[in-house]
Design a protein around this ligand. Structure first.
Ligand code: ATP
Ligand code: MG
Length: 361
């Protein structure tokens, strides 16, 4: 799939912008704080209705304005699509697909498949487990709507259960109602565990091939699902931990505590890997993500690379850029020297300065 154009009005530091993108590599370069990431953010918003930085809608609207618009036109398997997002300061956003308003943001999911790669992603191995869970959940949700629904249900039940644990402290007879939440938590949680297990297995197969290539056949990378509880144990462990949960007013078992770990040639990458090895695993993960999306939706996703190239050495830059030659890519960077030096193919190049974009010939 490819994005043909993005139109912005009063979005971040853009008063108006009409961008026509190429189906290959699009580079946005310019000094810091000029609006490069804002462009990627608008593309990400069209795919997910949310900001990749977790910003609130009102923060996306240009200062001193009350509304912002983003219009994206794309071609997917030969068919044209138009997505309109209308951000409002004090109301929820309006979304339209092919000029027909849609009520739930989830109806838009899956229309655009996008892979976002930022320097923070390079720290996924050394960061805490929450970042790795976010990665797995993000990927699975993009590819599996049932998973997405289950995850959101699980999180709601978990919140309710934790709230109840607090209430029981003041009102002990409420304890009788705990079983109802436990049953729902186990049913929903087991679905999540099952799907995560399958997904991590598939991810592992793709990942180890890619990593083997990047490392010049020197490193064997494995991924492990570190489940907090197995499906078989969940119900029993939840019951066993009930008094502990009541004491700490928190749910101490379940897939919300899962993690994944990595090993290179049998050695734990988080504990013993060098910084370079950890970053290469992160790069392999992103490339595996692209491959899995391609396999699942039978189409190429759109790749957004925010300032990531300058964080990689030239070998890894080469590997990354060579593996994405058939994908539409939006790249931000402060300079284009690397591209020229390494003779990477650039299809369109835009200079970004103070909320204005100029296409260079
Ligand atoms: P860097 O190279 O440092 O990453 P960048 O070009 O990616 O820079 P962006 O994050 O895209 O920069 O844009 C930042 C600029 O956008 C800042 O100058 C900021 O003040 C401005 N900006 C952010 N939100 C708004 C807003 N709601 N209204 C107007 N300007 C905004
Ligand atoms: Mg930026």
């Amino acid at each position: 799939m490819i994005i043909k154009s993005i139109e912005l009005s009063n979005f971040r530091n853009y008063e108006t912008l009409h961008l026509r993108l190429d189906k290959g590599t699009n580079i946005f370069f310019g000094d810091n704080a000029q609006g490069k990431t804002n462009i990627l953010e608008s593309a990400y918003l069209s795919a997910t209705t949310k900001s990749h930085r977790g910003s609130k809608d009102k923060e996306l609207i240009r200062f001193n304005n009350n509304e912002a618009h983003i219009r994206t036109e794309l071609i997917k398997k030969g068919n044209p699509y138009r997505i309109d997002i209308h951000l409002k300061k004090n109301h929820s956003k309006g979304i339209a697909l092919n000029q027909i308003p849609i009520k739930k943001a989830s109806e838009l999911y899956g229309i655009i498949n996008m892979v976002f790669f930022s320097p923070e992603d390079l720290n996924i191995i050394k960061n805490g487990p929450a970042a790795r869970r976010r990665f797995i959940d993000g990927e699975l949700s993009q590819l599996d709507k049932i998973y997405m629904a289950n995850l959101s249900k699980y999180n709601k039940i978990l919140m309710q259960r934790n709230k109840l644990l607090k209430e029981i402290y003041f009102n002990p007879q409420l304890k009788d109602t705990l079983d109802i939440w436990d049953m729902q938590l186990v049913n929903c949680g087991n679905e999540i565990i099952k799907r995560r297990k399958e997904f991590i297995y598939r991810l592992g197969e793709v990942l180890s091939k890619i990593h083997n290539n990047i490392s010049g056949n020197k490193e064997k990378l494995e991924i492990f699902y570190e489940e907090d509880v197995t499906c078989e144990q969940f119900e029993e462990k939840l019951l066993k931990n009930q008094s502990k949960d009541l004491k700490f007013q928190q749910t101490s078992v379940g897939p919300h505590r899962d993690d994944i770990s990595f090993a290179i040639n049998g050695i734990d990458v988080r504990k013993y890997g060098s910084q370079g090895q950890q970053r290469t695993v992160a790069l392999s993960l992103k490339l595996a993500e692209i491959k899995l999306v391609e396999e699942c939706v039978n189409d190429t996703p759109i790749l957004l690379l925010d300032d990531v190239l300058s964080e990689l050495d030239s070998n890894r830059q080469n590997y990354l850029l060579n593996s994405i030659s058939n994908i539409q890519t939006l790249i931000t960077c402060t300079g284009v020297e690397e591209f020229v030096r390494n003779r990477f193919e650039i299809n369109k190049i835009f200079k970004v300065s103070d909320g204005k974009v100029e296409e260079l010939e």
